[in-house]
Design a protein around this ligand. Structure first.
Ligand SMILES: Cc1ncc(COP(=O)(O)O)c(C=O)c1O
Length: 386
C-alpha cells in the first residue's frame, strides 16, 4: 500500500547528530581559524591516527580527494596499470585513471564481496603499480589472499579504499592499516559524517613529508612552519585537498562519540539479522557473512535476492510501502571503465551480485519500530516474489 504522506517514508539514510557538533561548529567559526589544519583538524586526525596506528592522517574534502592524493603519491607513468575491483564506487578507479594509470578491473569473491585475489593474480604484469581493495560494507576484504598473491611483488602497493570500514578489523588489526595508504569517507551517507569529507591515512613514515607537500598545493609550507626552511615555495605537484576546520569540528564531534554511534549501528544490524536469519532459506535470500576473524564496521545491511528480476521487484514493492531501500554498484568494467582499460575482463560475480543486492535503510537513529516496519515490508516483498 502506498504511503499517505511523506512522513511515513523511511529514508535510506539520515545523517546522525550526536550532541555537541553544533557547539563545536560554532566554536570553530568564532575561533577565526577555519582553513585546513586548524585545531579541530588536529583533534579529529589524532583520533584517526590512534585508531589505525598511522604515521600521519590528513583530512581531505572527500574520500575521492584522498584517493587522488594516493594516486599522485605513486608518481604513475604512462603505461602503468592499477588493479581495482569492478564492484565499487566510480572514484576508486577514476582517481587512478585521472593520474594517468590504465585500469584493470578485478572480480570480487562471493563471501565478503571483496576483491578476489585469484582475479587480481590474473591481471598482474610488470607494469602493475597498485591494487586497491575495498572493505565492502565495512567487512574486510581477503587481505591474506591478497598479500600472498603479491608476496613476490613488493613493488606493487596496496591502497585500501576504506570508505566503509573505519573501526573495522581483520585478525584484530585495524582496517586501513594494511596498505601503504588508505582512504576514508565522511560523506553524509557514511558512519561518521561532516557533509563531505575524507582522510588520507599514511602508513609509512617516509611518505609523510611529501604527502604534506602535495596537500599544501605543491609547496613546502609545512617545513617553513616547522622552521626547517626560511621561506616556502612551489616544490612539487599538488592541489588544494584540505578540509575546512569548520567541517573538521563537525567531524570531531562525531568521532569523539564513536562508541555511541557504533553501538547504535550495531543495534540496527543485529535487529535486521535476528529477524531475517530464520527466514533466509524459506524465502530464498542470503545475508552478509562476517567470519570470526573480522570485526565489521556496521556500515550497512545488505540482502542478496535470488536474481535481478526478483531484486528489482522487491525494491519496487518496498518503495510502494514507503521504505527506501536501494541497490549497489553498477559494475565499473562494463560502464565507462571499459574505455580506460588495456585488458578487458569478465567479472561474472560482480555482474551477478550487482543484480541481486539490496541495501536496507540503515542509519544511527533508525529506531525499533521503523526497523520492524522495514523487516515486515521486506518479508512481505520477498514472499510475494517467490
Ligand atoms: C567504496 C567507496 N569509495 C569511495 C567513495 C567516495 O567517497 P566520497 O564521496 O567521500 O568521495 C565511496 C562513496 O560512496 C565508496 O563507496
Amino acid at each position: 500500500m502506498a504511503p499517505t504522506n511523506t512522513a511515513e517514508v523511511i529514508p535510506f539514510n539520515r545523517p546522525g547528530l550526536e550532541n555537541d557538533e553544533l557547539d563545536l561548529l560554532a566554536d570553530a567559526i568564532k575561533s577565526g581559524v577555519s582553513s585546513a589544519k586548524g585545531p579541530y583538524s588536529k583533534l579529529a586526525s589524532q583520533i584517526l591516527i590512534d585508531a589505525t596506528d598511522a604515521a600521519e592522517v590528513l583530512l581531505t574534502t572527500s574520500c575521492t580527494a584522498a584517493l587522488e592524493m594516493s594516486a599522485m603519491l605513486l608518481d604513475l607513468k604512462p603505461g602503468d596499470n592499477v588493479i581495482v575491483p569492478s564492484f565499487t564506487f566510480v572514484t576508486t578507479a577514476l582517481a587512478f585513471q585521472r593520474e594517468g594509470a590504465t585500469l584493470r578491473f578485478a572480480d570480487i569473491e562471493r563471501t565478503q564481496l571483496g576483491i578476489d585475489p585469484a582475479s587480481v593474480e590474473s591481471l598482474i604484469d610488470d607494469r602493475t603499480r597498485a591494487v586497491v581493495p575495498v572493505h565492502y560494507a565495512g567487512i574486510a576484504a581477503d587481505m591474506h589472499g591478497l598479500s600472498s598473491v603479491l608476496s613476490d611483488r613488493p613493488d606493487i602497493d596496496i591502497i585500501e579504499d576504506n570508505a566503509h570500514g573505519l573501526f573495522g578489523t581483520y585478525e584484530d588489526k585495524p582496517l586501513g592499516s594494511f596498505g601503504r595508504f588508505s582512504t576514508l569517507s565522511f560523506h553524509e551517507t557514511k558512519n561518521f559524517v561532516c557533509g563531505e569529507g575524507g582522510a588520507l591515512v599514511i602508513n609509512r613514515p617516509e611518505d609523510v613529508t611529501r604527502a604534506h607537500i602535495l596537500y599544501d598545493k605543491g609547496t613546502n609550507r609545512r617545513e617553513f612552519l616547522l622552521g626547517q626552511v626560511d621561506k616556502y615555495s612551489w616544490v612539487d605537484k599538488g592541489s588544494s585537498f584540505g578540509l575546512s576546520d569548520l567541517l573538521a569540528a563537525y567531524l570531531y564531534g562525531q568521532l569523539r562519540n564513536r562508541e555511541s554511534i557504533l553501538s547504535k549501528r550495531r543495534a540496527v544490524f543485529d535487529r535486521y539479522q535476528k529477524a531475517l536469519t530464520p527466514l533466509a532459506d524459506e524465502l530464498d535470500f542470503t545475508l552478509p557473512v562476517i567470519s570470526a576473524d573480522r570485526g565489521q564496521a556496521y556500515h550497512m545491511f545488505y540482502v542478496l535476492l535470488s536474481d535481478k528480476a526478483r531484486r528489482d521487484a522487491v525494491l519496487a514493492k518496498l518503495s510502494e510501502g514507503g521504505v527506501r531501500a536501494t541497490f549497489h554498484y553498477v559494475p565499473l568494467h562494463s560502464a565507462a571503465g571499459s574505455q580506460f582499460t588495456d585488458m578487458p575482463t569478465e567479472c561474472p560475480v560482480t555482474d551477478e551480485i550487482s543484480g541481486r543486492l539490496i541495501r536496507l535503510p540503515f542509519f544511527n537513529d533508525l529506531g525499533e519500530s521503523d526497523a520492524q516496519r522495514v523487516i515486515e515490508a521486506f518479508v512481505h516483498a520477498a514472499e510475494a516474489t517467490l
